[in-house]
Design a protein around this ligand. Structure first.
Ligand code: PHE
Length: 455
């Protein structure tokens, strides 16, 4: 491609589809419900929503602004906008974060492939909860089977990445996302009408604030970053592909709403079933995989629903994985000047290596701990609770304090073409609320709150 001429998403729908394709993924359907289950239900949900609005949305808009103004990858955009400073290090941190996320994300994506297989082979019928749980535990603690699926998933992702952003992502998300939505609603209806399912809705919507600790608050914030794909350059990279004709703040609102809706609906599909079946809501990463097969087993047409669901979950994981890999590949291609094909191959190999570490930490390497965590938990916690919030903090400081107000206003309004109704609120958030909020949550977790006598 000639210099200066970047591929753009073809239409407005394509932009939303690609960004939503990145945001909606395992984070919504796998991670959000189990975090919510571990951290006390409704109270977690409320805090999560507050973070989406006060921190997530302003950071997403900032990332789009940086990417579209810089017209480059996560590192190059900072270099272009602030040639003298060291702000590009935020992009470098993002590249590292992408690797670490993919290290555990690809493992779970591999699990979805196994579950497509099990659904097709009609493995969920006539099995009780204890058996279905055992099936999952046996699978994920096994050495080879999860590794094979991890490998398959990475090959598929690599092929799509090699084909380039536009072809790969746009098409898949546009019609698969609405389908995913329909299936989750159908699942939710079945789950709510299970005997005893109402207890799950209470858990989800009746807050018990006594369960809130500094750790819960940090987790909710981490989940907001993770679910909206923020703080590590992903939306900067995608922002650079957005055409100037796009109204950035509308895209932010649409993507955030869609992402949040799917997460909440996933929880509505899962918790009534969890309570009806007597599963422990705090089970952890296994929760979705042991709960939903039970629901399918008790659903009319469950066979077809289950196949469709796991296929769509896998596709949702795929569109997110592609966005994660694109951060690294775009960086290698544009900054280090490596060919796209070579970059993709190297990125895939490194992710496979990290993925093997994460996958084995459920089985044979269960005892291998770093900071008291296995590799899977380490990659997960370090990214969502440390690296992404710090990235988000720096990104908001950069847009709030380094870029000029005129630059931002011009970019958001495409030089006066769109109204900038929320401009002042956005600037206020990104200058004060977002950075101070993130800092406060992190310090609070480190014990500063206790030290100051606040909690
Ligand atoms: N947001 C994705 C999900 O919820 C995960 C992701 C994180 C993707 C960071 C890109 C960047 O599944």
């Amino acid at each position: 491609m000639p210099k200066g001429q970047r591929i753009n998403f073809s239409s407005k729908l394509a932009v939303v589809a690609a960004a939503a394709g990145s945001a909606v993924g395992l984070g919504n359907i796998w991670r959000f419900p189990y975090e919510l289950g571990q951290y006390g239900g409704a109270a977690f949900l409320i805090i999560y929503l507050v973070f989406v609005v006060l921190i997530g949305m302003p950071v997403m808009l900032s990332e789009f602004v940086i990417g579209r103004m810089g017209q480059s990858d996560a590192v190059g955009s900072f270099k272009k906008l602030a040639p003298k400073g060291k702000w590009w290090l935020i992009g470098v941190m993002g590249v590292l974060t992408s690797f670490l996320i993919m290290g555990f994300y690809a493992v779970v994506a591999g699990w979805t492939l196994e579950y497509i297989y099990q659904a097709v082979a009609n493995q969920f019928v006539n099995k009780d909860t204890a058996t279905l749980t055992q099936v999952f535990v046996d699978f994920c603690t096994d050495t080879w089977r999860p590794l094979i699926w991890l490998f398959v998933f990475m090959i598929i992702s690599a092929i799509i990445i090699m084909l380039g952003v536009k072809d790969g992502i746009e098409k898949s998300t546009k019609f698969l996302m609405p389908l995913l939505f329909i299936i989750i609603v159908a699942l939710g209806i079945r789950a709510v009408t299970l005997p005893g399912g109402v207890a799950g809705l209470k858990f989800l919507f009746q807050p018990d604030f006594s369960k809130i600790t500094s750790g819960v608050i940090l987790s909710a914030m981490g989940q907001a970053f993770f679910s909206l794909s923020l703080g590590m350059g992903c939306m900067i990279t995608y922002g650079s592909y957005i055409s100037k004709k796009n109204h950035l703040s509308h895209t932010v609102v649409e993507v955030s709403l869609m992402d949040t809706l799917i997460a909440v609906l996933a929880a509505v599909a899962i918790f009534p079933a969890v309570f009806s079946l007597g599963i422990n809501p705090g089970y952890g990463p296994e929760l979705v995989f042991i709960t939903l097969p039970n629901v399918f087993a008790q659903m009319p047409g469950g066979y077809v629903w289950s196949i469709l669901f796991f296929i769509l979950l896998c596709v949702a994981a795929l569109t997110s994985a592609i966005s994660l890999m694109e951060v690294v590949v775009a960086y290698l291609v544009e900054e280090i000047k490596i060919k796209r094909l070579t970059a993709t191959i190297w990125v895939t190999i490194i992710i496979l290596f990290l993925g093997v570490l994460a996958s084995l930490s459920f089985g044979v390497w269960k005892e291998v701990k770093i900071f008291n965590m296995g590799f899977f938990d380490l990659f997960d916690n370090v990214t969502s609770k440390v690296l992404m919030p710090i990235g988000g903090l720096m990104i908001s400081v950069f847009t709030g304090w380094v870029l000029s107000r005129k630059q931002i206003r011009d970019e958001i309004s495409t030089h006066g073409r769109f109204p900038t109704k929320y401009y002042n609120a956005y600037i206020f958030l990104v200058r004060y609320i977002t950075p101070i909020g993130i800092l406060f949550v992190i310090l609070n977790q480190l014990g500063l709150g206790r030290w100051l006598g606040l909690s």
